[in-house]
Design a protein around this ligand. Structure first.
Ligand code: ITT
Length: 207
C-alpha cells in the first residue's frame, strides 16, 4: 500500500495542530478540512468514542475519497460517573449537572462547569481518552486508543494546549497539561499514544 496523503478530519484547531506535529518527519503529507473544496457536517450523536470516530472517518473518507484519520476524544472523571466522556466538547450545554452559558468560548464554559461540579469532591481522578480511526475508503480501516491518567485541579492554569488542559495534571507531573510544551504533551498524551500505535500499524501496511 502507498500512502502519500492523509486527511485529518477534525474541526478542532488544537487537535489538528497536535496531529500535524505527530506526523512531522513521517514523509506523509497531512491535509486538513480547510484544504478540502467543500465542507460537510457530521453530527457526533453516538454513545461511544469508537462509534463517533468510525462515523466521522467513514463520512469524510467516503465523501472526499482520500485516506482519513478521525478521532473522538474526551475527558472521563471518576467522581462524575465518567462524565463528560463523549459529551466533552459540548459539556456546557447538556442537562447533566446543569447548563452553563458560553461567555468567552466553549472550552472556558466547559471548564467552569467541570470545576463547579468538582467543588467539594475529594476524588479528583480523571483520564483523557483518544480513539483514532484510520480509514482507507472502500478498502479497509482500523482503530487504536490511548489514555492519559491524572487529576482535576481546583483552578485553571497554563495557556498552552486546548480544551480541559488547564485543569488536568498528568500523573507524575506538578504542572497542568496546559503548562507543558507541545512536544512534552504529545509524548504523554492520550492522542500521542493512540497515534504512535496507529503509526506502527501503518508502517507494517506500507512495507
Ligand atoms: P472534531 O470532532 O471535529 O474532531 P471536537 O472538538 O468536537 O472536534 P471531540 O468530539 O473529539 O472533538 O471532542 C473532544 C473534546 O474533548 C474537546 O473539544 C476537548 O474539550 C476535550 N479534549 C480532547 N482532547 C483533549 C486534549 O488533548 N486536551 C484537552 N481537552 C481535550
Amino acid at each position: 500500500m502507498k500512502l502519500k496523503k492523509i486527511l485529518i478530519a477534525t474541526t478542532n484547531k488544537g487537535k489538528l495542530r497536535e496531529f500535524k506535529q505527530l506526523f512531522e518527519n513521517t514523509g506523509i503529507e497531512i491535509l486538513s478540512l480547510e484544504d478540502m473544496p467543500e465542507r460537510i457536517e457530521v453530527e457526533e450523536d453516538k454513545e461511544t468514542f469508537l462509534e463517533n470516530a468510525i462515523k466521522k472517518a467513514k463520512k469524510y473518507g467516503d465523501f472526499y475519497k482520500i485516506p482519513v484519520i478521525a478521532e473522538d476524544a474526551g475527558l472521563e472523571v471518576e467522581a462524575l460517573n465518567n462524565y463528560p466522556g463523549v459529551y466533552s466538547a459540548r459539556f456546557y450545554s447538556i442537562d447533566f449537572g446543569g447548563k452553563v452559558e458560553v461567555k468567552e468560548n466553549k472550552d472556558k464554559a466547559n471548564i467552569e462547569k467541570l470545576l463547579k461540579l468538582m467543588k467539594d469532591k475529594e476524588n479528583r481522578k480523571a483520564r483523557f481518552v483518544s480513539v483514532v480511526v484510520f480509514y482507507y475508503p472502500e478498502e479497509f480501516g482500523f482503530w487504536t486508543e490511548g489514555y492519559c491518567y491524572g487529576e482535576i485541579t481546583d483552578k485553571p492554569k497554563g495557556e498552552k494546549g486546548f480544551g480541559y488542559d488547564p485543569v488536568f495534571i498528568p500523573e507524575g507531573y506538578s504542572e497542568t497539561m496546559a503548562e507543558l510544551d507541545p512536544e512534552e504533551k504529545n509524548r504523554i498524551s492520550h492522542r500521542g499514544k493512540a497515534v504512535s500505535k496507529l503509526m506502527e500499524r501503518l508502517k507494517k501496511l506500507m512495507n
